[in-house]
Design a protein. Structure first.
Ligand SMILES: Cc1cc2nc3c(=O)[nH]c(=O)nc-3n(C[C@H](O)[C@H](O)[C@H](O)COP(=O)(O)OP(=O)(O)OC[C@H]3O[C@@H](n4cnc5c(N)ncnc54)[C@H](O)[C@@H]3O)c2cc1C
Length: 398
């Protein structure tokens, strides 16, 4: 008879799900992770922040330069004015740019190696929670557990079930992206530095992320969709052709796929935990691709959920509805700092005034680098304080 009763069921085997599942298994709990896809599967979101490293270390994951592209910095370029600034990011921890198919697969394999049961190509269809148990129905069978972790990414299973998803307005509207195989001298130089490049455009911005095996991930994020009638490949190609940086990088390049798109990605989940369940990763809310905070916030949040759920399972208090309340507040500080940073990027001339001026002050440059690295909880960062104080009187909405 297959086992259908567990301590914890984790829905979704992306970075958040694999992190929560692995840490709970390390604590000795019986964990089932259910994934509707099959690894390796494509996923966008390739640029990692340095401060994810301590979580990866706890998982027992070591990122190597033979598998992934080292990321040493982030360069912001305004081609209109020819101004640019580079922030070094390889300080305390070495970050990487990863192909997500490989990376997410290795996290899921690592979870299984540490005792997690993984069901793939199986979709969670409904969740029923009562005072004593969680019952999860998939398209194949039914399972029970003491606790559910929702790590279903932007599908946000529990958030949608409880109608708690709210769009965040004013950030990126949609993204168009593809991968190229590249051979130009400019691309070779970029593989040496490993920098992510952010090219500022009138309509939004473009990311350029070097990946191993001489490949570049290129994506256009559009801020205001009413600014152009063009859509899809025509819009993407227009902006690539207008960028002299990209024209150099992509000389002789071959696109590996057609142009993909993602829209309406920014949302908050107003009900991130409740009796016998908690959400983590994008299922708890997603901001925006700029500053590459998605996977970082996903694994840091999943780690916090796993540690708290472990304590509760050990003491038999896992039915407490506000189990995550204190952690939620602390996580909010990081999430809100990143949210305000991103809002400033889209709504003010922060990039022009502060980024490009950061050359003048080592302190500001270092403070911005700290936020771009994921060092979000540091108290002595005046740039962070400036972001938070600008929000006085506004309550957390994410
Ligand atoms: C355009 C764009 C660019 C981005 N760029 C970056 C970047 O450069 N760096 C970065 O850090 N982040 C980036 N992100 C964000 C990043 O992709 C996410 O934050 C990250 O993948 C979150 O991980 P997760 O585990 O929460 O969700 P996911 O990685 O989405 O994993 C969720 C998993 O749940 C599974 N699932 C969903 N529903 C069900 C169900 N009902 N039953 C079973 N399984 C289910 C899915 O198949 C999926 O495998 C980007 C996002 C976008 C939209």
């Amino acid at each position: 008879m297959p086992v259908t009763d567990f301590d914890v069921i984790v829905a979704g085997a992306g970075p958040a799900g694999s992190t929560a599942a692995t840490l709970l298994a390390q604590h000795g709990h019986r964990v089932l992770m259910i994934e509707r896809g099959r690894h390796p599967r494509f996923h966008i979101g390739e640029s990692m922040l340095p401060f994810s490293a301590p979580v990866f270390a706890r998982l027992g994951i070591r990122l190597e330069a033979s598998d992934y592209q080292r990321k040493d910095g982030a360069e912001f370029i305004d081609e209109g004015t020819a101004r640019s600034i580079r922030f070094a990011l390889n300080g305390r921890y070495q970050p990487y740019q990863v192909e997500r198919a490989r990376f997410d697969h290795s996290l899921a394999d690592n979870a299984v190696a540490q005792g997690v049961s993984l069901q793939q190509e199986e979709t969670v269809r409904s969740v029923h929670i009562n005072a004593t148990r969680v019952r999860v129905e998939t398209d194949r069978q039914q399972y029970t557990a003491r606790y559910l972790v929702d790590a279903t990414g932007r599908s946000a299973f529990m958030g949608r079930q409880t109608s708690a998803i709210q769009r965040i307005e004013g950030l990126g509207c949609f993204a168009l992206y593809t991968h190229y195989r590249v051979t130009s001298p400019q691309a070779r130089a970029l593989f040496q530095s490993g920098d992510i490049k952010v090219l500022m455009q009138d309509i939004g911005w473009i990311w350029v992320i070097p990946l191993v095996n001489e490949r570049l991930s290129v994506g256009l994020v559009v801020r205001d969709k009413s600014a152009t009638a063009l859509r899809g490949a025509a819009l993407f190609e227009k902006y690539l052709a207008a960028s002299s940086v990209l024209q150099g990088l992509l000389q002789g390049a071959v696109a590996e796929t057609g142009v993909h798109s993602e829209a309406d990605f920014s949302f908050s989940n107003q009900q991130r935990y409740g009796q016998r369940y908690a959400c983590c990763g994008d299922a708890a809310g997603f901001l925006d691709p700029v500053f590459s905070s998605g996977v970082f916030l996903a694994v840091v949040g999943a780690q916090r959920v796993a540690d708290r759920v472990h304590e509760a399972l050990a003491t038999g208090t896992e039915a407490t509805a506000d189990l995550l309340a204190t952690d939620g507040q602390e996580l909010d500080e990081g999430f809100n700092t990143m949210r305000l940073f991103i809002e400033r990027f889209y709504r003010s001339d922060m990039v022009q005034r502060l980024f490009f001026e950061a050359d003048r002050s080592d302190t500001i440059r270092e403070e911005i680098s700290a936020l771009l690295s994921g060092d979000l909880w540091r108290r002595d960062n005046a740039f962070k304080r400036m972001l938070l104080e600008g929000r006085q009187g506004r309550k957390r909405t994410a």
